[in-house]
Design a protein around this ligand. Structure first.
Ligand SMILES: [Mg+2]
Length: 438
């Protein structure tokens, strides 16, 4: 999510998001902060028809309204979508939320049933009903825009960056709080760009520190490309105010070395050691998933495992425990943000400020997806209905640590189940309304 930027009223009041084809979308297309829709340029002509883009489009506009609602001038949107004939068949009461890795994508490849699942939601079903959906993913290391472009190409369906809520999305709210920050994880310079895109003013990477003094990490040699991209800075008199782990570390040894030095330092200054071990900067992780699924047969260790390692080494070195903040699923912040987007969406479309009655949340990891959804359900106005799929982390036949309300083979079965459950609810309501009439 880009930092809230004043957008021209002309754009804010438009009925439509900008449409960009996935075939020729470029980086500069994403520099504008106006809501954007990436249209699939694949084989299916249906994917770019107006009726199949309405879900992505209306969510893009709702998220834009939400993100700019603190800007007084933009408070009164007069685009009344409710008179749009395209929304006549959009489901009002229920929505889907999807985890991405292990549900729609696995090891960089699309899960075969995923395309049909999204086509069903986009109206290619017997009743022609269109059902809104958003993506809640802990995976990060790319901007929401880049993830959106990847997914549009892979799934052959129109998607908007505004439909994505990543683990690191809520971190953007801290850009005003901390000035000089260390950003860890991800490929190359990508996370530096994500952080700068969020509005962080002075973003340092482990590469910058190694370029300053290679002896900080004695076994690490920057490649030529890394050396060129890393910035030349003097850290002798600089305080690093906070540490943000945006995405999975590509080099645990040197990242852990640097993180631990800063946590034990005097006010985030390199080459210092606190005597009391309570002067270091705070540390934030984009999520807390200990393992994740790849193309390999078994799960692999991820960011949550790095957190455990940092905590253990900090304790070993100082005798003290370190306070760590983790975002993403199962943390409440992520689900709160999703609820606000869905609520705004219903307000825009149906002039109803209540959140949807039911959110079907489909995930593959009991510890984050199912746990987060179930816990959120206890306090939420909406009914968060957790569905576990067998295409990712969860090992079919085993007892999951957190029990879903439903377990199905794959994402297509999850969508069919939820839509059928809603169809029955409608019939039930119809029957009870009929009997009142008698
Ligand atoms: Mg997953």
């Amino acid at each position: 999510m880009p930092a809230p930027v004043q957008i021209p009223l002309k754009d804010a009041h438009s009925h439509h998001a900008r449409h960009i084809s996935s075939k020729n979308a470029t980086k500069t297309d994403f520099l504008s902060s106006s809501p954007t829709l990436i249209i699939a340029s694949g084989e299916s002509p249906v994917a770019s028809s107006p009726s199949s883009t309405i879900i992505a489009e209306t969510i893009a506009l709702a998220r834009d309204h939400l993100d700019h609602s603190n800007t007084e001038e933009l408070l009164n949107f007069d685009d009344d979508l409710s008179d749009d004939s395209q929304i006549s068949n959009v489901a009002e009461d229920y929505v889907f939320g999807f985890d991405i890795d292990g549900v729609l994508i696995r090891g960089g490849h699309v899960i075969p049933e995923a395309k049909e699942a999204l086509r069903l939601l986009n109206g290619e079903n017997e009743e022609g009903i269109k059902v809104p959906y958003i993506f809640l993913t802990n995976g990060g290391g790319k901007t929401e825009q880049e993830r959106c472009l990847d997914l549009t190409k892979q799934l052959d369906v129109a998607v908007s960056p505004e439909q994505f809520i990543c683990g690191h999305t809520p971190m953007s709210e801290m850009a005003t709080q901390y000035e000089t920050v260390l950003v860890v994880g991800g490929e190359g310079e990508k996370c530096r760009h994500v952080a700068e895109n969020y509005g962080f003013k002075d973003v340092i990477t482990p590469g910058d520190l190694i370029k300053w003094k290679p002896s900080v990490c004695p076994f690490r040699k920057l490649t030529d490309e890394e050396y060129t991209n890393s910035r030349t800075r003097d850290f002798t008199n600089m305080n690093i105010e906070a540490i943000f782990v945006f995405a999975d570390s590509r080099d645990w040894a040197s990242d852990a070395q640097i993180i631990l030095e800063l946590l034990m330092s005097k006010e985030g200054r390199m080459s210092t050691v606190s005597e009391t071990f309570d002067e270091g900067p705070p540390i934030f992780f984009a999520h807390n998933d200990v393992v994740w699924s790849t193309a390999y047969d078994l799960t692999r260790y991820g960011m949550g495992a790095l957190r455990i390692m940092i905590e253990a080494l900090y304790k070993e070195s100082t005798g003290k425990s370190i306070d760590v903040t983790s975002y993403g699923k199962p943390s409440k912040a992520t689900f709160d943000y999703a609820t606000r987007v869905l609520q705004q969406w219903r307000k825009d479309l149906f002039s109803d400020p209540a959140p949807p009655q039911t959110v079907y949340f489909v995930g593959d990891t009991p510890e984050s997806d199912i746990r987060g959804s179930n816990e959120y359900d206890k306090h939420s106005e909406s009914d968060w209905f957790s569905i576990l799929v067998e295409t990712g982390v969860y090992e079919p036949g085993t007892e999951p640590r957190y029990k879903p309300k439903k377990t199905v083979a794959n994402v297509l079965e999850a969508v069919k189940f939820g839509m059928e459950r809603e169809r029955r609810k409608r019939i039930q309501r119809g029957i009870s309304l009929g009997s009142i009439g008698k």
